[in-house]
Ligand binder design. Structure first.
Ligand code: ANZ
Ligand code: ZN
Length: 860
């Protein structure tokens, strides 16, 4: 028989499948639907192993579901806007569109080589005008609903290149990637989406997502960060204005000894006295240079200065100083905090450093002295002290009572606060979806009329990386008449965050060719929610939250009916490569010479090729900078797609990290070769007509039991949590059973075994199984066969092994019918050769029968 030639058969079948339209999404079918979705890739140019793992997992699920009788939607597309394309334009002069399209073509070819059963007719690219037209249309839906608005926000500003930078363009020390200048923070008017309006719904509906990993739901709930407390207002001593604070601990209000404003807070200017003006200005300038992370780092001392201003605690009339400090964030709550050093650890440290008084107002229930010397803040609940009429109350009760009191006296009100902030979607970049707004001096922000969509990205653009966004420099694109009044007006030059593009692509797949609307509501109603979403844990928060937000807004606008987009979520583990590090220099060392590709590190005795030092060896996520990547292209060329798929599925359960190991890749290659030989040998050996024994012989029954045992086990492994690795183990067991039973090849049971093995393996190794299926004489595709049901009667043993004991000592075993009762077992045991031998000349006093197990003869 011919040897297994993966390259040849894979190409052949990929072509046939495309010709047959095998992977097209069925329309007008009565079958239940299944929507299998992978997170679409950014077209960087090359597929990496993380992609291969992600798409293989989804593909096996899609193939399995088709065989199980579902109509399946399994699409693919490209998250194609973004910074790298623009960087390529700046650095190498390639237009972003050209760079992106070339990469897409390259990666699409790679995906096709993997044998993914994708409906390519539904392919989307977010940078295509027929896609982003609808992104703009949807943006205008948000705008009309009052969910898109403009306000000032800080951006990263490169003072040398005079340009806004994305976070990715700022290094760890806060320098610009291009100019090396220290990046500053600058206020710009920018677009936001009001995701905060949906905070409560996004939080509550997490409960409905029982097909999501707990970890992901927890991350989302922390991100939304709901806090229940109050807004309280502290009047200024010398003016009519008030400082509003948000606090989760209104019960500590009698312990307030100062108030702190965020440095950016507008009242900072109002409260600062002449004497403190310079100090405050210097501090504000310093803060403007620091990121939020630097400002609020836990380990750093809290810094702050006095403004000289004084506020009044309305509860007790006490005068308290007003400060500004690094740890108060302008964007959270009201941007102001009441300082309670006795009961908040951050405040405690801050008060110590700044010589502010500490006033205890809550003590532990068992405290015998109210004037405790605190070594740290007391943050627990307890009994109220020094708190006027609230003294003596339990603090949780006092919390409610104080809020009530505040509301009655107009000092404040109950307030639920979310950590989640509105979504800043403006990017001062070219390669993104233009925001479809025209600014008119008279009419304000006017939406581009829908018949004028898309606002297309102009082609004739120069990229220098300096100055304002390339769009802001194109006057003929920029200047347009106002759609409302006709006066000269200007286009918005900001483009949208690419997370917007990916917040609705799963809806577009349901109706990817629609030229009238982003999608037809009925088609979305048919396919959504996604039944199984598969992707990286790095998207646990933003992408998944934004997609949920979009879905809810579109549902409220009655454009779609679903409220949650993704029914089940599988976050696949990382693919890790073997990594070598020099312990003295801390540098990663490539195992192969980067130029010649020659192996320079001996895996058995890893030493630094330069210094000869022994290296540290461990597994880490594959990345270019660690020289530990394995190129999918090389693996495909060497072993073929089926082996690559099998290895990835076999090596680890899908949600766990996977350590790349060449020997295990070999192992899967050998397994597929074994299957190849098993089936091709069988085809060569089997007689023209198979002979069936009636009833089946014991050997035939044993083989059938192995066959149906495998079907049952694989079904259990693939039921819901997709334990592909153990499913493959079952297939290996079955192939071993078939290899051991080759004398049964004339029997139809053997044929059943061969077919079963191929059918079970089909979603995993689609090409090899298709080839062998056809060699077996079948003319239809193996991928259009029905998934197998186990015949449970085949699993029942009809003979069992019975242990024969004499005086409790095991003398041997005999084979008996599985259904024999106690009397029959005793009879069979007595008559066995074994018993005859040991019992000759002895008197049997008693026989103990344990059905299914043993017979024990008690003799004298
Ligand atoms: C007084 C107080 C006393 C507080 C006490 C806590 C304990 P979460 O739970 O995260 O919502 N806070 C409010 N706004 C802030 C801002 N913009 N920047 C920094 N901190 C801010 O935290 C709410 C608590 O964080 C609020 O309750 C406030 O401090 C502080 F014994 O008010 B608390
Ligand atoms: Zn106008």
């Amino acid at each position: 028989a011919s040897p297994y030639n993966a390259g040849e058969i894979e190409q052949k079948w990929q072509q046939s499948w495309a010709e047959w339209g095998l992977d097209k999404t069925p329309v007008a079918s009565d079958l239940p639907k299944f929507y299998a979705l992978s997170m679409f890739p950014y077209p960087s140019g090359n597929l990496h192993m993380g992609h291969v793992r992600n798409y293989t997992i989804t593909d096996v699920i899609a193939r399995l579901k088709r065989m199980q009788g579902y109509q399946v939607l399994h699409p693919m597309g490209w998250d194609a806007f973004g910074l790298p394309a623009e960087n390529a334009a700046i650095e190498r002069g390639i237009p972003p569109k050209q760079w992106t399209e070339k990469n897409i073509a390259q990666m699409r070819a790679q995906l096709q080589q993997l044998g993914l059963s994708i409906d390519w007719e539904r392919e989307v690219a977010t940078c295509a005008p027929d896609y982003y037209r609808w992104t703009q249309w949807l943006f205008l839906q948000f705008f009309q609903a009052g969910l898109a608005y403009q306000k000032e926000a800080t951006v990263n500003w490169d003072p040398i290149d005079q340009t806004v930078l994305a976070n990715e363009q700022v290094d760890g020390e806060g320098r610009s990637w291009r100019s090396g200048a220290m990046v500053e923070r600058k206020l710009l008017r920018q677009w936001f989406l009001k995701i905060t309006d949906y905070a409560e719904a996004l939080l509550n509906d997490l409960d409905k997502l029982d097909g999501w990993p707990e970890r992901v739901k927890l991350m989302q709930s922390h991100w939304i960060g709901k806090s229940v407390g109050a807004y309280l207002e502290f009047p200024l001593k010398d003016s009519d204005e008030k400082i509003a604070v948000f606090t989760t601990r209104p019960d500590t209000v009698y312990g307030v000894t100062y108030v702190v404003l965020a440095p950016e807070h507008p009242l900072t200017k109002v409260v600062t006295t002449a004497a403190q003006k310079q100090t405050v200005a210097d501090f504000v300038a310093l803060m403007a240079k620091e990121s939020e992370i630097e400002r609020t780092a836990e380990d750093k001392p809290k810094r702050g200065v006095r403004t000289g201003g004084v506020a009044i605690n309305p509860f007790n009339g006490k005068e308290i100083p007003i400060l500004i400090a690094d740890y108060v964030l302008y964007e959270y709550g009201t941007g102001a905090v009441m300082g309670v050093p006795a009961h908040d650890q951050r405040d405690f440290k801050f008060a110590q450093d700044n010589h502010l008084p500490i006033q205890v107002v809550i003590v532990p229930d068992d405290a015998d002295n109210n004037d405790v010397e605190l070594g740290a803040a007391y943050t627990e609940a307890g009994v109220m002290v020094n708190s006027a009429q609230f003294t003596g109350m339990a603090s949780p009760k006092a919390k409610e009572a104080i809020i009530k009191f505040a509301e009655d006296h107009d000092y404040g009100r109950a307030k639920v606060q979310y950590r989640l902030r509105d979504w800043l979607i403006s990017r001062q970049r070219y390669w993104g979806c233009p925001i479809p707004i025209i600014h008119c001096d008279d009419c304000g922000a006017v939406p581009v009329p829908s018949q004028d969509l898309p606002v297309e990205l102009p082609d004739n653009v120069k990229f220098s990386g300096r100055g304002p966004s390339p769009l802001a420099k194109l006057t003929d694109w920029l200047n347009v008449p106002c759609p409302k009044c006709g006066k000269p007006a200007r286009r918005e030059t900001d483009t949208m965050d690419t997370f917007i593009d990916s917040s609705w692509y799963f809806l577009r797949y349901a109706d990817a060719q629609n030229t009238e609307l982003p999608f037809d509501g009925e088609k979305v109603a048919h396919w959504l929610p996604v039944d199984q979403y598969v992707g990286g844990i790095e998207h646990a928060i933003l992408h998944l939250l934004y997609s949920r937000f979009f879905t809810k807004v579109l549902a409220d606008r009655q454009l779609i009916a679903v409220k949650e987009p993704f029914q089940k979520l599988l976050t696949q583990g990382m693919v890790q490569g073997i990594t070598y590090k020099n312990p003295t220099t801390g540098k990663y060392v490539p195992a192969k010479d980067l130029q010649t590709g020659r192996q320079v590190i001996d895996a058995k005795d890893p030493k630094d090729p330069d210094s000869g030092e022994p290296l540290q060896v461990f597994y880490e996520k594959m990345s270019k900078s660690k020289f530990n990547g394995v190129d999918p292209q090389e693996v495909l060329a060497k072993y073929g797609a089926d082996t690559a798929r099998m290895f990835i599925l076999f090596k680890a359960p899908p949600e766990k990290d996977l350590e790349w190991d060449d020997a295990d890749v070999e192992g899967q290659f050998r397994f597929l070769n074994r299957v190849w030989r098993l089936v091709t040998d069988y085809i060569g050996d089997r007689p023209e007509t198979l002979t069936s024994n009636d009833p089946l012989t014991k050997a035939e029954k044993d083989l059938r039991r192995a066959i149906h045992g495998a079907i049952k086990e694989v079904a259990e492994d693939l039921n819901d949590d997709y334990q592909f690795n153990t499913a493959i183990s079952e297939m290996m067991k079955l192939s071993n059973a078939l290899i051991a039973a080759t004398d049964l090849t004339p029997s139809p049971v053997y044929q059943e075994g061969i077919e079963t093995l191929l059918l079970l393996l089909a979603p995993f190794a689609p090409h090899l199984t298709e080839e062998l299926w056809h060699r077996l004489g079948r003319t239809d595709s193996i991928h259009q066969q029905s998934w197998l049901q186990a015949d449970f009667t085949a699993l029942v043993l009809d003979e069992i092994t019975l242990v024969i004991q004499v005086l409790g000592k095991t003398r041997g075993t005999i084979t008996v019918p599985a259904g024999a009762d106690k009397t029959q077992l005793e009879e069979l045991a007595r008559n066995s050769d074994l018993a005859q031998r040991y019992l000759a000349g002895k008197t049997i006093k008693k026989v103990i029968v344990v059905p299914g197990k043993l017979v024990n003869f008690v003799i004298t």
